[in-house]
Design a protein around this ligand. Structure first.
Ligand code: SF4
Length: 437
């Protein structure tokens, strides 16, 4: 056995899927750095490649498998000098089956075991941890300007199309103390925007012995970190409370932005999805939000081609999108996932019909939403400057642009990290241009 004093082992991550996986990668890489491992961004040269997989839907699973097979062809992995580790949703969803299917991998780390990542890698290198690596460097390292922070994991809703509750397990809120400590560390190292995420953010705190709420969490965080932007994503419609809307309206550093997945508007389709709601209810919800916060951005997502979605149901959805007061709309064709309740539903919609409906609704949504961006030309906005794109153009995001899913704003001059007051001068679909003049 090797006694660890100074480690010379490098680790690279390849992260698939959504923002929640990015957070998990960040957490694992921080643990590994603190334990003395070196994180590099060239997987071909790493002693360990960790593929943090996504298997939320079939196409994501296929992409994860392709990536794992690509990595297994690296010289280091193929020759046995390097190690391949598969983490995240795939080991959580497929368990033992994966060990048989992917003999190239030296270890599997499901989501629930990611806290043990240091022990897993130590075992690969036969390391005993008699003296851990210093965490001094990690504590001093600059954190990204915008960071996702997970406030809970798992989900209890069991929507009939969704595999998440089977992958991530039952809903559990993280404690205020843990969330606070995480954000405090990030802010002290330079983070300017914190995006709160979870599978179901609106439920935060309702599983505590002494119940709490998302509204009180945001209120406290916004008060304690007054110069940090806060944004919350993935609030189910049931999670939109007056208390929450009041906090968003009152706190200047909480973005007037709500991301509420509706998934459909036809009441019967929603019922088969094991969700509540209807076009009328969602209309009323949007109206209520705008009464409380007139300039609130509302983003939603829709699934098309769910089993039994008729031409009329789809038309109802199209009519809703045409008339509704929505700023951003994500559209996904239904993916038939083994192990979910919707898998066995009758009247599955043919693949080509799903794709055609997704394209049609995408075009319609763009026709409705992009003029709302163009209408901002000439208005003033605050932009959190984030850096330079691959063409060297300085960009940032306004409070009405969430990371990864919305557009960004290109600004004529400024410094990453500052918040600039700008005038919007042009738009291209969801992207904006702005000047400080
Ligand atoms: S609320 Fe979201 S994560 Fe939970 S089951 Fe429904 S779609 Fe899946």
């Amino acid at each position: 056995m090797t006694s660890l004093s100074v480690l010379d082992k490098s680790v690279a991550f390849i992260t698939m899927g959504c923002a929640k996986n990015e957070v998990d990668t960040y957490t694992m890489s921080t643990k590994l750095k603190r334990a003395g491992y070196t994180i590099i961004d060239t997987p071909e040269q790493a002693d360990v490649v960790i593929v943090n997989t996504c298997s939320f839907i079939q196409s994501a699973t296929e992409e994860s498998i392709e990536t794992i097979l690509d990595v297994s062809q690296y010289d280091s992995i193929a020759s046995g000098t390097g190690h391949l580790v598969v983490a995240g949703c795939m080991p959580a969803r497929y368990g033992e089956d994966l060990t048989r299917e992917l003999p190239e991998a030296r270890a599997f780390v499901p989501c629930s075991k990611e806290d043990d990542i240091v022990e897993v890698l130590d075992k690969l290198f036969d390391i005993t941890r008699s003296s851990a690596g210093s965490d001094k460097d990690v504590l001093n390292e600059a954190a990204p300007l915008s960071m996702y922070v997970k406030i809970s994991d798992g989900c209890n809703r069991f929507c009939s199309f969704c595999s998440i509750p089977y992958i991530r397990g039952r809903y559990h809120s993280f404690t205020f103390q843990d969330i606070y400590a995480n954000i405090s560390d990030l802010v002290s190292r330079g983070t300017k925007e914190v995006v709160l995420i979870a599978q179901d953010t609106g439920r935060w705190g309702d599983d505590f012995k002494e119940k709490s709420s998302l509204a009180s969490l945001i209120d406290r965080l916004a008060l304690v970190f007054p110069t940090t932007w806060f944004r919350v994503m993935y609030i189910q419609p049931e999670g939109i409370t007056d208390e929450l809307l009041d906090v968003i309206a009152r706190r200047a550093n909480v973005c007037n932005y709500l991301d509420i997945p509706f998934q459909h508007v036809n009441a019967q389709v929603l019922k088969r999805m094991r969700r509540r709601g209807s076009a009328q209810e969602y209309d009323e919800l949007c109206r209520h939000i705008r009464e409380k916060i007139p300039d609130c951005i509302i983003r939603t997502t829709f699934i098309v081609g769910f089993p039994g979605e008729s031409d009329d149901d789809f038309e109802e959805l199209c009519n809703y999108v045409e008339e509704a007061d929505l700023d951003y709309i994500g559209i996904f064709p239904y993916s038939r996932e083994e192990g979910t309740r919707a898998y066995d539903l009758e009247n599955q919609v043919p693949e080509e019909v799903k794709m055609q409906r997704a394209r049609q609704l995408r075009e319609l949504a763009d026709c409705v939403c992009t003029p709302r961006m163009a209408a901002r030309i000439g208005s003033r906005a605050s932009v959190l400057m984030l850096g330079y794109d691959e063409d060297g153009m300085l960009y940032g995001r306004t409070a009405f642009q969430a990371p990864d899913v919305d557009g960004c704003t290109f600004v004529d001059r400024g410094t990453p990290g500052e918040v600039a007051n700008v005038t919007i001068t042009d738009s291209l679909l969801y992207e904006l241009e702005a000047s400080r003049a």
